[in-house]
Design a protein around this ligand. Structure first.
Ligand code: PMV
Length: 354
């Protein structure tokens, strides 16, 4: 019989690093120069939904991203596909008359349809959610019996930060020591219920695509930035220990101090790179100044900010009350204009937007 289709749908949110990953020690396997820690967003927001299917009637591997055909030729997609196919196991559904033996998966073609529930062009990390979702869905489809840690190591080979989206809550990507990369995996530090008062607001400063891809930027930083080698050896290892403790004890002032300082050091590394990389713009800098003033004015820090490889601000408030105040202040000081598209995505508690 050739008319059957076997299908799996999965959903995965993106994650935001509070101790940043920047720089690879192995570009093919995507092994980082330091550990990193992130928080995975609520699946309702900034999330990828991917359906994967196999059928004997499919004559080649195909993918659609947001409804448009998308090439799977890239090495990173090929790696993820072959890692999963190589770990597939027997599958049988007597009712539908489907019987797939371990070795047969290699001969079956896949169709992949992936959607982001946020504007892909908005410069918001989409590859993390995308690869985590793809690897997880393919693993379910092909009856892969590996644990989440192993799946995270496969997703890592698609996009480094994707390995952290395999878990909810707070997640650490352990850089690992092994040459194979098998120990460069994500581990969950605390689940999503552990610190659920936190509210994350993403202020979309610009929806333009970034000029320097993270791959090219990291390569230049590793080759030219003395600050990056100092950061990865001397700074991040200590910060990781402090951040783990701050998360464990829900210590917002320490969490805020570490996250803001680490984001600023990452952007300092970008400036220290030859040629220099500018991810933040004037609005990003104004947001930082404003948040710093607010934090200094109060007895303890009220908010945390962090910026990835782009100008958009990720703002973290300790609770709903502060988040509401933050949104009011943001909209007052940074009203949306044609060139400053300060839309706010509220993560964790949608009602604040209304
Ligand atoms: O996984 P990539 O190649 O998209 O790199 C992500 C790098 C940062 O977002 C800037 C930091 C991080 O740890 O997510």
């Amino acid at each position: 019989k050739k008319n059957w289709v076997l299908m799996v749908t999965a959903q995965s949110p993106t994650n935001i690093a509070v101790i940043k990953y920047w720089g690879k020690r192995d570009e093919t396997l995507i092994l980082p120069v330091n550990d990193s820690i992130s928080v995975t967003l609520d699946p309702e927001h900034l999330c990828t939904t991917t359906t994967v299917a196999v059928s004997p009637s499919f004559n080649k591997d195909l993918m659609w991203l947001n409804g448009k055909e998308f090439s799977l030729a890239g090495a990173r997609y090929q790696r993820c596909l072959s890692e999963i196919r190589g770990r597939a196991s027997d599958f049988e559904d007597e009712e539908k008359g489907i019987c797939i033996k371990k070795g047969d998966w290699e001969k079956l073609n896949v169709h992949i349809a992936s959607y982001n529930n946020f504007p892909t062009a908005a410069g918001l990390a989409s590859s993390a959610a995308g690869f985590a979702c793809l690897v997880f869905a393919l693993a379910k489809l092909m009856n892969v019996k590996e644990d989440c840690g192993t799946l995270s190591a496969i997703a890592r080979q698609g996009s480094g930060s994707a390995c952290r989206s395999l878990y909810g809550g707070f997640v650490k990507w352990d850089m690992g020591k092994d040459l194979s990369g098998n120990d460069s995996v994500a581990v969950q530090l605390a689940d999503e219920a552990h610190w659920d008062d936190l509210v994350i607001i993403i202020a979309v400063v610009s929806s333009r695509q970034k000029e320097t891809s993270s791959t090219a930027g990291m390569r230049d930083s590793v080759e030219t930035s003395p600050l990056l080698s100092y950061r990865s050896k001397e700074v991040v290892p200590k910060r990781i220990v402090q951040m783990e403790e701050a998360i464990k004890t829900r210590d917002f002032p320490t969490f805020s101090k570490l996250a803001c300082t680490d984001s600023n050091q990452f952007h300092a590394v970008c400036l220290d790179t030859r040629p220099p990389i500018f991810y933040m713009n004037d609005t990003s800098h104004r947001i930082i100044s404003y948040m710093e003033k607010w934090n200094r004015f109060e007895v303890t820090p009220q908010v945390a900010y962090t910026f990835d490889a782009g100008p958009n601000a990720v703002l973290i408030a300790p609770n709903r009350k502060v988040a509401t105040l933050l949104l009011q202040k943001l909209l007052f000081y940074f009203p949306p204009t044609p060139d400053t598209e300060l839309n706010s995505y509220v993560i964790g508690d949608k009602s604040i937007l209304k």
